[in-house]
Design a protein around this ligand. Structure first.
Ligand code: ATP
Ligand code: MG
Length: 264
């Protein structure tokens, strides 16, 4: 059996999906891709990594492709795609990479159905608001239809995004609403931070930004949570409590984890 078809080596696909625009899909796709690429670059284990993350930008606005062009990370390839090309692009990306990340348009369309059908994990970013609970329910409806089509379970998690740094009652209430609607939540949220906005202008992920330590720590926890779900191969890249060696090599002083853990 070839490397690409061997089940234990099958490259995981993570899709960022929501029927609503502006919820944080591209932001999450970008931090996931850049953080996994950072870990692949540092990893010295004997694992035969391809040392490549492929991002598939299936949003006609191409925001992920644009910010990745600024970043110029040699371990990240970005393919601009659409519903006609998506399945072929995914096959190619899976054969070449350790992880494939798909960024989608904020609407229920054919690309979303295809992406969900091929994914190991669908992440549904949502802000703490009633409107976003409704849209997350719709999005997960598409994921369930895709699962029905392909005859297998497709893991999915709502990721709360742009949540306030300080725990607030409205955000707690909102978390409870997602749970009540039967939507599984990733245990780590993407907190509202300036570093997540400035990276869209500079192409610098938080760990490369002055003052980006807390956003970087949030990304470490969030990516760890994602890697645990998508399987044993990539979860060997999990940092856990950000060991000193990795934290100091990668981003200088050890990030402050407290505020991330308090909301996780
Ligand atoms: N955690 C965060 N902290 C601060 N700003 C954020 C955060 N997440 C997202 N944003 C900002 O919110 C806006 C929308 O985010 P993003 O573009 O990632 O959403 P999207 O779901 O991809 O939108 P679209 O559907 O239009 O593609 C952007 O301006 C982004 O910089
Ligand atoms: Mg987007």
């Amino acid at each position: 059996m070839s490397r690409a078809t061997s089940p234990e080596r099958k490259t995981p696909i993570v899709a960022l999906a929501s029927t609503k625009g502006g919820v944080g899909k591209t932001t999450l796709a970008y931090v996931l891709a850049t953080e996994v690429a950072r870990r692949l670059a540092l990893d010295t284990s004997p694992t035969p990594w391809r040392r490549r993350v492929t991002c598939i930008d299936a949003d006609p606005n191409r925001t992920l492709a644009q910010v990745l062009q600024l970043t110029k990370d040699r371990l990240i390839t970005c393919i601009e795609s659409d519903s006609d090309r998506l399945l072929a692009d995914l096959r190619h990306a899976q054969a070449e990479s350790d992880l494939v990340v798909i960024d989608l348009e904020g609407t229920a369309n054919q690309a979303m159905l295809y992406a969900a059908a091929k994914s190991d994990l669908v992440l549904v970013p949502a802000q703490p608001s009633r409107f976003d609970v409704v849209e997350a329910v719709k999005t997960i409806g598409v994921v369930r239809r895709a699962a029905d089509l392909v005859g297998r379970e497709i893991a999915h998690r709502v990721v709360l995004s742009r949540t306030p740094v300080l725990r607030q009652r409205v955000a707690d209430h909102s978390r409870a609403q997602f749970v009540r609607a039967g939507l599984p939540l990733l245990p780590v949220e993407l907190v509202q931070r300036a570093a997540f906005q400035s990276m869209t202008y500079t192409g610098k992920p938080p760990w490369l930004q002055d003052g980006g330590e807390q956003a970087a720590a949030n990304v470490v926890s969030l990516v760890d949570a994602v890697l645990h779900i998508i399987g044993p191969r990539l979860s060997s890249l999990t940092i856990g409590a950000a060991p000193e060696s990795v934290a100091t090599q990668a981003r200088g002083p050890k990030p402050q984890l407290e505020d991330v853990q308090s909301i996780a």
